[in-house]
Design a binder for this molecule. Structure first.
Ligand code: HEC
Length: 269
């Protein structure tokens, strides 16, 4: 009985693994980007974060929600309180019911969560054919998230290979695991106009929006790295001090040796 179920499991695992492997070999690996935030000393490039917020705000937020972010969290990418107030005020959120109980709307406040483009996933699916995932934690939700999203939106929309038919409502993207995606190419050259004069190519926009998405998913990354460096520094110091103390204590013992006491401890007893 036990042996049978093990064999069955193995069989299932093997048959399951074969197509997965075949597919894996087929999917293009996202090229690694030299991110400002990678490595133990990496920090977020503030200018890239603000450009990335612009790309999210003007492009991605038309379809993707980011429901764990509040407007005041934009202080983390360097927006001033006045800028945050203005951003929030440009959005509309549901307000308190009026005197006759009718729903109202009001401009958002810095404390409000980011407004979602659709009231519910069903509405998003009806409009787009698939539900765009919330972008609050998306960078963490995909393996190799930053490089993957950069490749997906910045490099992946290419002509399909000969013989591949792209059905209506789908787009070919060589970095999407199943290649056929329901997201139309979101970026084009000049999708946004950067205030700092940076040229808005598709690849630049992708790089910037991924920097922003990585910050949103890891807002305390810089503090964590900073603490990590201090902990390592402390451990190095502690190791040095421990070594010196050890040498000091054992120097007495070695001293005995020099005096000619070559006993194994029993001599002292
Ligand atoms: C016109 C609507 C639309 C816009 C604009 C849009 N997306 Fe999407 N996005 C979608 C839809 C729909 C899906 C789900 C696709 C699917 O499952 O086939 C999706 C999925 C994704 C995924 C998940 C892919 C995966 O591995 O599952 C990522 C990442 C993504 N979008 C990033 C972005 C970024 C970054 C932007 C802004 C530059 C953006 N999207 C703008 C509609 C949109």
């Amino acid at each position: 009985m036990r042996a049978l179920s093990i064999t069955a499991c193995l069989g299932l695992a093997l048959t399951g693994a074969a197509p997965a492997l075949a597919q894996e070999a087929d999917v293009a690996k996202p090229p690694p980007v030299n991110w400002s935030f990678s490595g133990p000393f990496g920090t977020f490039d503030r200018a890239a974060l603000q450009r990335g917020w612009q790309v999210y705000n003007e492009v991605c937020s038309g379809c993707h929600s980011m429901k764990y972010m509040s407007y005041r969290n934009l202080a983390g990418i360097g927006l001033t309180p006045a800028q945050i107030k203005a951003v929030a005020a440009s959005k509309t959120v549901p307000g308190a019911p009026d005197d006759s109980g009718q729903p109202t709307t009001r401009p958002a406040l810095p404390s409000d969560r980011f407004v979602s483009p659709f009231p519910n996933p069903e509405a998003a699916k009806a409009a787009l054919g698939a539900v765009p995932p919330d972008q609050s934690l998306l960078e963490l939700a995909r393996p190799d998230g930053a490089n993957y999203i950069h490749a997906l939106v910045g490099l992946g929309y290419v002509d399909p290979p000969k013989g591949v038919k792209v059905p209506d409502g789908f787009y070919y993207n060589k970095y999407f695991p199943v290649k056929l995606i329901k997201m139309p190419p979101p970026l084009s050259d000049g999708s946004v106009t950067y205030a700092d004069g940076t040229k808005a190519t598709v690849e630049q926009e992708a790089r910037d929006v991924v920097t922003f998405l990585t910050y949103v998913a890891n807002p305390d990354m810089e503090q964590r790295k900073h603490l990590g460096i201090r902990v390592v520094g402390f451990l190095v110091l502690l190791t040095g001090v421990t070594y010196m103390v050890k040498k000091r204590i054992w120097s007495d013992v070695h001293g005995h040796h020099d005096d000619g006491h070559h006993g194994d401890g029993q001599t002292h007893a």
